[in-house]
Write a protein that binds this ligand. Structure first.
Ligand code: ACO
Length: 321
């Protein structure tokens, strides 16, 4: 049995901040941001939370799938910005949806989170333990970035995307590759709470996202093509046989470089980074759901989903639509 995607949905906050707005509150410009990254605007949560965005995307995906909330066996939220340290966002979304029969937990694999969640869901479906799975990538990165650090805060946005999966005999997710190099965790990280226990009493400082942008760039342009080649080999496919390459929306130049390395036309690499910026674990499911909504995905299409992020983590999978 494979996991097949039978419904998708996406949700963004109501408020959009364009590059010109950011240039009124910090020393930056539309030209700098757009040229280096392809980003023109990002959505920022005002009243929305990770839970509310996740729930909104999930409701749309469920509706499109034709399944009822009670039919979901497993609910996974990929996020690094849970509203509560505990319980997980997945538990709160389970309650919001009334998915009363679902086991629910979060996965923290940063921008690779949705791919890690997809791999996990596929394994549970293959083993026969669960049949119907709801996967959500949801983030409010705007609360994790340092708004005084122009080199990171302009890159990220908030949002959520979701997909409902069910067991299928043919097609669906046909190959997966995921990886991690924990020795390079400091390239991109966000410190957690410090320890206040009576024998430790660490200095307390708020942790914000810190990134060595150039190291992440080099890592991405090297690792993403390699893991796509790996997953193509596993699926016994050539790059030419792939209809769409959906890549994590972190930087337009990274996506263009991957297209070049794979010797594939850029038109096969859809992008929404200009509109949404980098929404971490939400980026792939938002792009997938938007393409599905626009009628760009057809039965028999072969999709590659691939991403990279903090950890360092990476992954790719082949989906037969
Ligand atoms: N506006 C204007 N100037 C800026 C800004 C800004 N927002 N940010 C930095 N600068 C300045 C710097 O201060 C520096 O100035 P200096 O030359 O006077 O010192 C100059 O611009 C160049 O800075 P660099 O950091 O060298 O810029 P670079 O060309 O490397 O681009 C960027 C930076 C866009 C972050 C690039 O390195 C990148 O995209 N890296 C990959 C990042 C990424 O993909 N992250 C997310 C992946 S993981 C995840 O998704 C969680």
């Amino acid at each position: 049995m494979n996991a097949k995607i039978i419904g998708t949905g996406w949700q963004l906050p109501a408020y959009a901040a364009d590059n010109d707005y950011l240039s009124t509150i910090m020393d930056t410009s539309d030209e700098w941001i757009a040229e280096r990254t392809g980003i023109r605007k990002r959505y920022l949560a005002k009243k929305e939370t990770t839970t509310s965005l996740a729930t909104g995307a999930a409701q749309k995906a469920l509706e499109a799938s034709g399944l009822q909330p009670e039919q979901i066996d497993l609910l996974i939220v990929a996020t690094i910005t849970s509203d509560t340290e505990t319980p997980s966002t997945a538990c709160r979304v389970q309650a919001e949806l009334g998915a009363v029969n679902a086991v629910a937990f979060d996965i923290n694999a940063a921008c690779s989170g949705f791919l890690y969640a997809l791999h996990t869901a596929d394994a549970f479906i293959k083993s026969g333990i669960y049949k119907n799975v709801l996967l959500i990538g949801a983030e409010t990165l705007s609360k994790l970035v340092d708004w005084t650090d122009r080199s990171t805060c302009v890159l990220f946005g908030d949002g959520a995307g979701a997909a409902v999966l069910t067991a299928t005999e043919k097609g669906g997710v046909t190959a997966q590759v995921t990886g991690c190099d924990g020795s390079r965790w400091e390239v991109l990280s966000c410190r957690g709470r410090s320890n206040h226990n009576p024998v430790c009493r660490e200095e307390s400082e708020l942790g914000y996202l810190q990134m060595n942008g150039q190291e992440v760039f080099k890592f991405a342009v090297k690792t993403v093509p390699l893991c796509i080649e790996d997953v193509l080999k596993k699926a016994d496919l050539s790059a030419e046989e792939v209809t769409w390459f959906l890549l994590h929306q972190a930087n337009k130049r990274i996506i263009q470089s991957v297209a070049k390395r794979l010797r594939q036309p850029e038109e096969k690499f859809p992008m929404n980074i200009d509109q949404c910026a980098n929404t971490s674990a939400a980026s792939l499911p938002i792009l997938l759901a938007q393409m599905n909504e626009q009628g760009k995905l057809h039965s028999g299409d072969r999709l590659i989903l691939s991403g990279f992020g903090a950890g360092l983590t990476w992954g790719a999978c082949v989906v037969e639509w």
